[in-house]
Design a protein around this ligand. Structure first.
Ligand code: ASP
Length: 338
């Protein structure tokens, strides 16, 4: 179990009334049921637990390093993490942990573990159970990065935090749950990733942050768009478009896209809709945008798209390699027609 911070381990600062990260001993003390498990759990706690809004790629590397150093000694890993950027961490780790063949289950809670109505204890215990579950051949049931929250286990790089309030805080709008949590834990075997487990784990630590989002809205301003696209060092942009991948056909906008692409910036078209895919040929506007050289990233989430760009550029790939890879699946983050 790897503790990074988040609400699950927070306590209220009596002076400010705000929740702040607290130490791991406090969390353990509040989950006496940990002693009732029929498997062994060892712990690793970050020396400075953080609110996940402070997460950086360095934290992702720290988590990945703990997993790499302990990979052969454990059946699985549970990462305790704040919910705010959990989908980003899950997506990033899914790429960084190349050839992963063991469960990495990320969880947290909406209410701190010390609260009477906390959802933290249930999430934590269920995550540990899933991390310890084997299939009939004795192999790990889950062989990928997943998010366990309340009633569901989701593929990490398909997940989005959709509620700041509900206990069911996460959703995966374009991919079914990997498991449903009820009286028993029912795995959706057809949905689980089955990677080639003959290759050894390889961690890619280099994540290149020369990327950005560009969120479209009616009235978007040319100066601001051009300013963002000409930011020094920019390599990749997740363009958050309307509906099935549409954007305005204003000449300045199409021209700005073309110029950025010609300068070698990878622009990935991702829909602002919570559900569904980019379909560049459905509307004339989408077609025009596609002709400007931006690439359709199908039904990927924004979180998985921006971290994928970081990972691909971190590998040192060139424009063409990154643009091609954005339209293919690395570890189940995107639906690609066969
Ligand atoms: N702000 C918190 C965090 O992301 C929220 C949570 O954990 O639910 O660390």
């Amino acid at each position: 179990m790897i503790y990074t911070g988040g609400t699950i381990g927070m306590i209220e600062n009596v002076k400010t009334g705000a929740l702040e990260p607290f130490n791991f001993e406090h969390l353990l003390m509040n989950v006496p049921k940990l002693k009732m498990l029929d498997f062994t759990v060892d712990n690793f706690a970050f020396s400075h637990p953080v609110d996940s809004s402070e997460m950086t790629p360095q934290h992702w590397c720290d988590i990945a390093k703990v997993i790499e150093d302990n990979y052969n000694d454990y059946d699985g890993f549970v990462v305790l993490h704040g919910t705010d950027t959990m989908a980003y961490t899950a997506s990033a780790l899914s790429y960084m942990l190349e050839n992963l063949a063991k469960p990495v289950i990320i969880t947290g809670s909406q209410l701190p573990i010390g609260e009477v109505r906390t959802d933290g204890e249930e999430n934590l215990i269920t995550a540990l159970h899933i991390a310890a579950t084997k299939d009939k051949d004795g192999k790990p049931m889950v062989r990928e990065v997943a998010i366990l929250f309340d009633d569901y286990l989701w593929r990490g790089n398909r997940s989005t935090k959709h509620s700041s309030d509900n206990f069911n805080a996460f959703q995966s709008n374009n991919y079914p749950p990997l498991a449903r949590i009820g009286l028993s834990i029912t795995f959706n075997k057809d949905a689980l990733l089955r990677p080639d487990d003959s290759k050894p784990l390889n961690v890619q630590y280099n994540m290149d942050c020369s990327v950005s989002y560009l969120n479209l809205f009616p009235g978007i301003n040319e100066t601001i768009v051009r300013h963002l696209l000409s930011a020094p060092g920019l390599k990749g942009v997740v363009l958050r478009t309307f509906g099935a991948g549409n954007g305005p056909n204003y000449p300045w906008f199409i021209q700005a896209m073309k110029e950025a692409v010609n300068r070698g910036i990878v622009i990935a078209n991702v829909t602002q809709c919570g559900n569904g895919s980019v379909m560049p040929n459905l509307y004339a506007n989408g077609q025009e945008l596609a002709k400007s050289g931006i690439v359709a990233a199908n039904d990927i989430t924004s979180e998985a798209a921006v971290t994928k760009l970081m990972y691909l550029f971190g590998k040192g790939l060139n424009y063409k390699q990154v643009a091609d890879a954005m339209q293919k699946s690395i570890c189940g983050e995107i639906t690609v027609e066969e």
